[in-house]
Design a protein around this ligand. Structure first.
Ligand SMILES: Cc1ncc(COP(=O)(O)O)c(C=O)c1O
Length: 391
């Protein structure tokens, strides 16, 4: 049976080179980078090299990278760390209605503590308006956090423009509003550098690196209250002995995208173009939810099959060896409709029957043609079954 993995926004297959670096860090170079002896020095060198590689992939300085346990911790650190360090300076946070729970949840907690959280609406492409953002900025605002690429539909937010508007506001009003972006779904695919935000969250397992490791880029001069305190690792910004095998693997994955990002993007664009065309030709009822062209990260295609249930479709595809998602991996276990598709104003019938197909550099056209064929047969069978039940 074919094995077609099209859930790359949930996680990716690890590169062999990543696994090799991790095994080496586990079996041979297993010292603690804080130890003073030779084995500690070897580990410290690995840590330094991985940090430089991650920094290089974002075109920033190594000391601006804080390793975390993943994208979730990086998002939490940016939000709670900013608020914790600026307790008396303001009480307002601006975000969007379509963020990942790793951003929504800390915001919700802060709201419970009396902070004002503004959730900017999005249009039918899933994108905020810069005018709304400008109108929401006030002297009490501490932080704006807007994701770069949405994990459910792939919409790209204009982060560079958002950052410029915030910088202009700061200059005109003598404020110090910080801008954080969750770069988890854009990193390694779209251009993303330290010029795009004050803080950027990254996750290794979305770029064929290991799970449970990520980073927060923090611009020079910004201080965050640490979430984890203790031995003072990561320059006191995140304590705890470093997860060395994962960090070594992250370094390899980061170097890979630094070198190959443009060709990866081209491949993802070909995947989207081909699959979209095949699917719309074969499964006549399919409706694409992801925005077109430049407004979407091409590795993600959200499609609705109105009147059908996404979860049932997912399990039928699984029987053919095809792995997809109904939305985000983190929320798909929960009941209720996607907050992202709802915020985009999708009608009820489309909210139910949604699948997310997400591609990677390992995805082939043969796999995509096979998947479109199977979608045609499964959706036809499900529609027929529904109609015969109604009779
Ligand atoms: C946009 C976005 N942010 C944050 C995360 C969380 O990253 P991690 O799984 O590394 O904690 C994810 C993971 O799905 C994501 O898609």
């Amino acid at each position: 049976m074919m094995h077609v993995y099209l859930d790359n926004s949930a996680t990716t297959r690890q590169h062999d080179s990543v696994t090799e670096a991790m095994v080496l860090a586990m079996k041979e170079d297993y010292g603690n980078p804080s130890s003073l002896h030779r084995m500690g020095l070897v580990a410290e060198k690995i840590l330094k090299e991985a940090r430089a590689r991650v920094a290089g992939s974002l075109q920033v300085q190594p000391e601006q990278i804080i390793f975390t346990s993943g994208g979730t911790e990086a998002d939490n650190m940016a939000i709670l760390g900013t608020v914790g360090h600026n307790l008396k300076k303001g009480n307002r946070i601006i975000t969007t209605a379509v963020e990942h729970p790793a951003v929504l949840e800390p915001c919700r907690i802060l709201e419970g503590r009396g902070y004002e959280v503004v959730r900017l609406p999005v249009d039918n492409r899933g994108i905020i308006s810069l005018k709304d953002l400008e109108e929401a900025l006030t002297p009490e605002t501490l932080l704006v956090t807007v994701m770069h690429v949405n994990n459910e539909v792939g919409s790209i937010q204009p982060v560079r423009e958002i950052y410029q508007r915030i910088q202009a506001y700061n200059q005109n009003h003598g404020s110090r509003i910080l801008f954080h972006t969750d770069g988890v779904q854009s990193y390694g695919k779209l251009p993303l550098t330290g010029a795009d935000a004050d803080m950027i969250s990254l996750s290794a397992h979305k770029i064929h690196g290991p799970k449970g490791i990520g980073a927060l880029y923090v611009k020079k001069g910004i201080t965050l209250q640490p979430l984890v305190v203790g031995g003072g690792q990561e320059l006191g910004r995140r304590s705890g002995t470093e997860n060395m095998p994962a960090i070594a693997g992250f370094g390899v994955a980061a170097e890979h995208i630094r070198i190959n990002r443009e060709s990866i993007l081209k491949h993802l664009e070909s995947c989207r173009l081909f699959f979209r065309e095949q699917l719309l030709k074969k499964a006549a009822d399919a409706v694409v939810n992801s925005p077109d062209g430049e407004f979407c990260q091409p590795g993600i295609l959200s499609v609705s099959f109105p009147g059908l249930r996404g979860e049932v479709l997912l399990h039928f595809l699984e029987q053919d060896g095809i792995y997809v998602s109904t939305g985000s991996a983190c929320s798909s276990g929960k009941k209720g409709h996607s907050h992202v598709l709802s915020a985009m104003g999708l009608p009820e019938a489309r909210l139910e029957g949604t699948l997310r197909f997400s591609f990677s550099e390992y995805t082939t056209m043969e796999e995509l043609a096979f998947t479109a064929d199977r979608c045609r047969e499964i959706t036809a069978r499900m529609t027929q079954l529904k109609q015969s039940r109604r009779r």
